[in-house]
Design a protein around this ligand. Structure first.
Ligand SMILES: Cc1cc2nc3c(=O)[nH]c(=O)nc-3n(C[C@H](O)[C@H](O)[C@H](O)COP(=O)(O)OP(=O)(O)OC[C@H]3O[C@@H](n4cnc5c(N)ncnc54)[C@H](O)[C@@H]3O)c2cc1C
Length: 410
């Protein structure tokens, strides 16, 4: 089959790949994005991905630049406060509870929560409407051959593409990462995250709630009301066997356990739709670039789902790539541009992976000494204003040079 030329080839049409396509396409680059999965269908996607993403302010800026925000805004619930609760025992007893407010940082909100399936569907629609973007569904990346000045990509349907830059946005098992000869190191915690949507009798008042207990965090992030009832996106982390047992419970028993685990803060809770289970891992690629190749998002880093860091970190990868490409379009995919990308991202990613790893270990621990430390940490962080602000800033993606600011309590 004949080769064709695009400025950029993107492997992977998850949220990261789609946002990269929309942002770089809006900046004027020609793009081919390929994903072996079928195109998202609005009526199916809530079943396949019941997660939501809490987009922080830095991410909103990129969604704006990519032309996506106006379509997403109406589906977003604003996150106006963060409540962090520590518990002990079962049924969990609240031992500490603290509220964090965005106006501490001169902001009106921490971010906006939007269901993943809506983001994928809208990003696909908008990317597809740009004349310089071609989206291919049903065929993915198979192999590539890189040279100093260009890369040749072959898709699983045999199509060949010549390009200046290959972006690997193809997830945890990234085939582009493998083809580029980049390794990855992973840590497993023996935990699984249950993700689903739930309605509850008490309004969430746009407060995002994280409740720590042995086995991991239980997080309820506000969603717009579901058929007149307050609703939240839930991520419930547990040791693996307990997570599997919970997922297998009849619905009414599941709802009862969830209400107990949430300490009744939102009133009686009821699951909406299916529950999906994700293994909790930390993973980092051994590098973020290779000849004519850049890795973004989960192909480069995977974080445990606490503190809304995963996709927000991924969108910061894309912002940096976009800035570099716009500043010097002729150097797209060149060694100097890719080196700048790697330098700009690798330190932050490495610090973040270590910080979230430590934080998750502290959250899941059943050791009473560690649990006491966690409680004291929460009280200290909340009580010492400069520390509180530094950590809130770090959690919102504004990392300070001081490594002490990297304990992500939000
Ligand atoms: C329970 C849970 C809750 C989370 N909550 C948050 C949150 O609130 N905030 C936040 O910032 N992050 C959150 N995250 C993290 C976030 O969901 C992920 O970082 C994000 O979904 C990953 O997106 P991605 O595009 O990198 O990867 P994926 O969504 O995995 O997309 C990869 C794509 O690559 C495609 N692909 C596979 N093989 C090929 C191939 N050969 N060729 C081309 N394409 C291929 C796949 O089909 C897929 O579409 C959460 C994660 C979990 C598990």
């Amino acid at each position: 089959m004949a080769e064709c030329e695009f400025d950029i080839f993107i492997s992977g049409g998850g949220i990261a790949g789609l946002v990269a396509a929309a942002a770089l396409g809006t900046a004027g680059f020609s793009i081919l994005l390929a994903d072996p999965a079928p195109a998202p269908r609005r009526d199916e996607d809530p079943e396949t991905d019941p997660r939501s993403t809490a987009f922080l302010r830095t991410s909103k800026a990129l969604l704006d630049e990519a032309g996506l925000w106006p379509a997403l805004e109406r589906h977003a619930a604003s996150l106006d406060m963060l409540r962090v609760v520590d518990t002990a025992g079962w049924p969990p007893e609240i031992t500490e509870s603290r509220l964090f407010l965005p106006d501490d940082l001169g902001e009106t909100t921490f971010g906006w929560n939007i269901p993943n399936w809506i983001v994928r569907a809208e990003a696909t629609r908008i990317a597809d409407s740009l004349p310089n973007i071609e989206l291919v569904h049903g065929a993915g990346f198979r192999s590539m051959l890189t040279r100093t000045g260009q890369a040749f990509v072959t898709l699983t349907n045999g199509r060949r593409v010549r390009t200046r830059l290959v972006i690997g946005a193809d997830g945890r098992e990234s085939p582009v990462r493998e083809a580029a000869g980049i390794g990855a190191t992973a840590t497993r915690y023996g935990q699984k995250a249950l993700a689903f949507e739930a309605e509850h009798s008490r309004p969430h008042e746009n407060i995002s709630t994280e409740i720590y207990s042995e086995g991991g965090a239980f997080t309820a992030v506000p969603l717009p009301d579901a058929s007149g009832m307050p609703a939240s996106a839930i991520v419930w982390m547990n040791f693996g066997a307990r997570a599997q047992a919970l997922a297998a419970l009849p619905e009414s028993d599941f709802d009862e356990e969830m209400t107990v685990r949430s300490c009744g803060l939102l009133g009686p809770m009821k699951r909406l739709g299916p529950v999906r289970t994700w293994p909790v891992i930390s993973q980092r690629a051994t590098g973020m670039v290779a000849e004519r190749t850049a890795l973004v998002a989960e192909s480069a880093h995977v974080l445990p789902p606490i503190g809304a860091q995963g996709l927000n970190t991924s969108l910061r990868d894309i912002s940096v790539l976009l800035d570099l490409a716009r500043t010097d379009p002729d150097a797209l995919g060149s060694p100097s541009q890719l080196t700048r990308y790697a330098r700009s991202r690798e330190t932050e990613v490495s610090l973040l992976v270590r910080a979230v790893d430590l934080f998750n270990r502290t959250c899941m621990s059943s050791n009473p000494g560690v649990q006491a430390l966690r409680r004291q940490g929460l009280v200290a962080v909340h009580g010492i204003a400069p520390l509180r602000r530094a950590i809130m800033r770090a959690g919102m993606g504004r990392l300070q040079p001081c490594p002490d600011a990297l304990v992500p309590h939000i």
